[in-house]
Design a protein around this ligand. Structure first.
Ligand SMILES: Cc1cc2nc3c(=O)[nH]c(=O)nc-3n(C[C@H](O)[C@H](O)[C@H](O)COP(=O)(O)OP(=O)(O)OC[C@H]3O[C@@H](n4cnc5c(N)ncnc54)[C@H](O)[C@@H]3O)c2cc1C
Length: 279
């Protein structure tokens, strides 16, 4: 199947892109890497009359780092991150996450912002950026900026917080303290495929931080900010054990149904936990 006909434009600035988006009144769509939008167009799941290509806007490819953390432009690709073209001292785990997304051809074009905006629960950035407490920097059509924690940005599966004319400008990733251990484990049917379950664990024994995210469910990622109960203990004080029964209750409380699905999510989380506790 091929897409329905559409016009295509490459705006010269973010302001122009926003204005076109607003004028389009729901019939215009932004395209960044096209790795999620392309298949949706081909299947005619979306039929915009105008595509606004933002991939070449320099402002969206900027990267910077300061004491607070890392700022990554929305159109930075997974391949850029995988190749270490950003300063990664603030969040070294990003390189590994990027390298685990799909395969190289997809990573060459797919952007961090496109993945976040698409809000596919199975996407790797969706779970891992939630674990890292990332913040979305959003620009409206008047040029005003607002910041939204990524966990609030995902309003439901494939839904986000953006209002008409708004564009995700960058992802802000708070500096990860030294000594933090991080693991993202995904279960997929085949290497390079989307996750059918994923577990992400962030652990800093010194600062007593233990956070877990269950991803690839049918909704928003399940973020457990204080995961000590899930691991039956106090971070930094004695051995931590993964409590599969507590994890099952959490999944059920969050509407995940089916014995096999729950067991796969539990296994993914257990693997991620083992990696951080044993490292
Ligand atoms: C075969 C295949 C396998 C894949 N496997 C994985 C996988 O294992 N893990 C994984 O995480 N992902 C996977 N993906 C998805 C991939 O990572 C996509 O790149 C990503 O989901 C979307 O990024 P994009 O830049 O291509 O966005 P696009 O497809 O260009 O856009 C996606 C959506 O976001 C909107 N959008 C884009 N940028 C912005 C912005 N700055 N502001 C506001 N709205 C915006 C668009 O309008 C569109 O609605 C796979 C894709 C394919 C084709």
């Amino acid at each position: 199947m091929k897409p329905a006909p559409f016009d295509y434009v490459r705006p010269g600035s973010l302001a122009e892109a926003s204005a076109l988006l607003l004028e389009g009144d729901g019939n215009a769509k932004l395209v960044a890497g096209g790795q999620s939008l392309g298949p949706m167009l081909n299947l005619r799941l979306v039929q915009p009359s105008l595509l606004i290509d933002i991939a070449g806007l320099p402002e969206l490819s900027e990267v910077s780092e300061d004491d607070a953390g890392l700022r990554i432009g929305a159109c930075v690709t997974a391949a850029n991150i995988e190749d270490g073209k950003l300063p990664l001292a603030a969040a070294p785990m990003l390189q590994k996450i990027a390298g685990g997304i799909a395969y190289r051809a997809v990573r060459n074009r797919g952007t961090i912002g496109g993945s976040v905006c698409h809000a596919d629960p199975a996407a790797d950035w969706v779970s891992t950026l939630a674990a890292l407490s990332a913040i979305c920097e959003i620009r409206d059509a008047q040029g005003k900026l607002r910041r939204v924690p990524v966990q609030k940005f995902f309003t439901a599966a494939f839904e986000n917080e953006l209002a008409p004319g708004e564009i995700l400008r960058a992802m802000l990733i708070p500096r990860v303290p030294v000594g933090t251990r991080f693991s993202h484990h995904k279960v997929s049917r085949k290497f390079g495929k989307f996750a059918i379950a994923s577990g992400t664990v962030l652990y800093n024994p010194e600062q007593q931080v233990l956070k877990a995210v269950i991803g690839a469910t049918h909704g928003r990622p399940i973020v457990i900010d204080n995961a000590t109960e899930l691991f039956g203990g106090k971070p930094g004080a004695g051995p931590l054990r993964f409590d599969a029964q507590r994890a099952l209750s959490l999944l059920q409380e969050n509407g995940v149904e089916g014995g096999a699905a729950c067991q796969t999510h539990i296994a993914a989380l257990q693997r991620a936990a083992a990696e951080v506790f044993d490292s």
